[in-house]
Design a binder for this molecule. Structure first.
Ligand code: PRP
Ligand code: URA
Length: 208
């Protein structure tokens, strides 16, 4: 598996603002969306293109456009929803699937409650989005579900990751491409990322 860590100063700056305890729901949502768009720009740099003929005011010419089956963006509910519009701003025609998972507060293990993916998922480039990659349990389970339904070309985008989550995802799914906004220090005793940003779902939806 290839892991890309974001180096762009705009992404770093926005992740710092996201972490702040004083950042309210409205600003948090906006930042998550902007970070997803900036990360999406990097993650989608290898989208296939094909030349089409266009007529400029001067002459006819062959020029590239995005080619192939429409992209599938798959947020892991809930927090992944906050990243969807950032990717759709880049690729408005993308299809959107959903995977519902929550971590058991005691065991920290993921539980599935929903899965609906676009048709012909085996032919699409898939971008799974979830702001937090902590133990990696949710990410591994989400990619398991996608592969069980035929998905093959998978990229995974997380805004903040713990080393434990990166290792778990790399071990379980060495064939996927992982994009990480920032690699943090470690997990605490409640499997929260340190320094992290707290509970991403609660901060996006204001449910603390
Ligand atoms: C968070 C986060 C990830 C998961 C990461 O979701 O959005 O999906 O935890 O943790 P892991 O790597 O240890 O599995 P959560 O389960 O809190 O659900 P929510 O998005 O509905 O709040
Ligand atoms: N889920 C979150 O929302 N935050 C963490 O730090 C870990 C898991």
């Amino acid at each position: 598996m290839s892991v890309s860590y974001m180096t762009h100063p705009l992404i770093k700056h926005k992740i710092t603002l996201l972490r702040k305890y004083s950042t309210g729901t409205n600003e948090f949502r906006k930042l998550i969306e902007e970070i997803a768009m900036l990360m999406g720009y990097e993650a989608l740099a290898d989208l296939p293109t094909a030349d089409i003929e266009v007529t400029t005011p001067i002459e006819k010419t062959l020029q590239p456009v995005i080619n192939g089956k429409k992209l599938a963006v798959v947020p892991i509910l809930r927090a992944g929803l906050g990243m969807v519009n950032g990717i759709l701003a880049l690729v408005p025609s993308a299809k959107v699937g959903h995977i519902g998972l929550y971590r058991d507060p005691e065991t920290h293990l993921p539980h599935e409650y929903y899965c609906k993916l676009p048709e012909a998922i085996d032919e699409r480039q898939i971008v799974v989005v979830d702001p937090m990659l902590a133990t990696g349990g949710s990410a591994v389970a989400a990619v398991d579900f996608i592969k069980a339904r035929g998905g093959r070309k998978i990229k995974f985008m997380s805004v903040i990751a713990a080393p434990e989550g990166v290792s778990a995802l790399m071990k379980a799914h060495p064939d996927i491409q992982l994009y990480v906004g920032c690699l943090d220090r470690c997990l605490n005793e409640n499997a929260y990322i340190c320094p992290g940003l707290g509970d991403a779902g609660d901060r996006i939806f204001g449910t603390q």
